[in-house]
Design a protein around this ligand. Structure first.
Ligand SMILES: [Zn+2]
Length: 409
């Protein structure tokens, strides 16, 4: 780990067990942690304006190197003030490296795998993986493209993000131990190349997070933690295949987190279900990003304090057609304050933009309140009871220590 306050610093202000609450300082302001990071994959949080995202309380969004490289291109974004100027976002930005996307072209989509379509699905586009990086065909226009450690860092420098992620291979869960080990070693060689490029040519106010791979194998995760923790990175992201089910995933996260430098900000890549966040915070994860809240919203699915239904309700279901109650009683979002499940059901069934927008507002409000409650509970030394209340079906705003205090009055 390196300490360079001009780029970034992390201040842990409270600890409760392994959970911690802190402040991540970046070139574009500070982020209260634990924090959820909404995806601005293509330089927009879909259906919302940047002002609206900030209004929900978010201080950090995540842009995608692969997508923004293909369109509109990093040079065009750089000409318009980087991602901040281009999308009118004044808060902090983290960019992923594009590694996940280019390797997904080869591995058939790690996301597909999570949804149960296991195994590689090669042949859709040409992909060539070598020590230098990954050559592939653009899905947009068929042009030849190449992304390696240096290219990824250069694109992220032009995008002007506050935190860049190193270029890595997200090993799919169908890969065997041998492949996972060899891939991890290459990811470590790429880590050195990313840091070399960034040290010479990267923006002096951009932080770089290293990525821990190693699949579900404890010895590999330990080796990755030692290797990345000893490098000149500003923070650490836990990536890769985390297991075949929630139990295994929670086990891998719980096993990996304590191996990391104790003062490093820890980012868990691509995880964002309510119970997974509660568990991750409990073992010391500080920031999470995931497409789930925004993607589900566009499919009529809303987060709710419903542990029996994976903390979500599918408003497109017929049972909500005449339901006059809000999605979630007490939720401060516009969808819950002004509208019934019946109306949102109707909008979801009709694929109305207004429905996608209202549910995006709701899901992101839910996530922000979940994290705000966690921050408050950690500071009060009451994280365990907050976690068990949320997992037991309490809404985040009803489970936080201040809600308990106001009820007692
Ligand atoms: Zn709501």
């Amino acid at each position: 780990m390196r300490k360079d306050p001009a780029r970034h610093s992390f201040e842990i202000r409270a600890r409760d067990g392994d959970a911690r609450a802190g402040l991540l300082h970046t070139a574009h302001g500070q982020i209260s942690t634990p924090a959820f990071i909404p995806l601005a994959t293509k330089a927009s949080v879909r259906s919302l304006s940047s002002t609206e995202v900030a209004g929900l309380g978010y201080e950090l969004v995540l842009g995608n190197t692969f997508h923004l490289h293909l369109s509109p291109g990093e040079d065009r974004i750089a000409a318009h003030g980087g991602m901040h100027g281009f999308m009118g976002w004044e808060g902090a930005i983290i960019t992923d490296s594009g590694g996940f996307q280019v390797f997904s072209l080869a591995h058939g989509g790690v996301a597909d795998e999570i949804k149960g379509r296991r195994g590689p699905q090669q042949g859709r586009v040409r992909v060539e993986i070598s020590e230098r990086g990954v050559g592939f065909q653009s899905l947009l226009d068929g042009s030849d493209r190449f992304l390696g450690p240096e290219e990824s860092m250069e694109i992220q420098a032009k995008l002007g993000s506050d935190i860049a992620l190193v270029f890595d291979e997200c090993t799919p869960s169908h890969a065997d131990r041998d492949y996972t080990a060899r891939s991890m070693e290459r990811t470590h060689r790429w880590l050195d190349r990313c840091l070399d490029w960034h040290g010479e040519r990267g923006p002096s106010d951009q932080a770089v997070f290293g990525i821990i791979q190693g699949g579900v194998h404890e010895d590999l995760r330990r080796e990755a933690a030692e290797r990345v923790g000893a490098a000149a990175v500003d923070g650490i992201s836990i990536g890769g295949a985390l297991g075949k089910d929630k139990e295994e995933m929670n086990g891998v996260v719980a096993m990996t987190a304590p191996l990391l430098p104790p003062d490093a900000p820890v980012h868990l890549l691509g995880i964002g279900e309510v119970d997974d966040l509660i568990h991750g915070i409990g073992v010391g994860v500080d920031v999470f990003d995931c497409s789930v809240p925004t993607r589900l919203a566009r499919h009529g699915v809303a987060f709710a304090p419903a542990p029996e239904g994976r903390f979500r309700i599918d408003l497109a279901k017929a049972r909500y057609a005449d339901d006059d109650t809000p999605i979630s009683e007490g939720c401060p979002c516009e969808a819950c304050r002004r509208h019934s499940r019946a109306y949102l059901h109707y909008l979801a069934r009709g694929d109305e933009l207004t429905g996608a927008r209202l549910l995006t507002l709701h899901n992101l409000t839910y996530m922000e309140r979940l994290m705000a409650g966690a921050r408050e509970a950690i500071s009060a030394g009451e994280y365990a009871s907050y976690a068990s209340a949320v997992l037991g079906g309490a809404a985040p705003w009803a489970a936080s220590p201040s809600a308990g205090a106001s009820q007692a009055l």
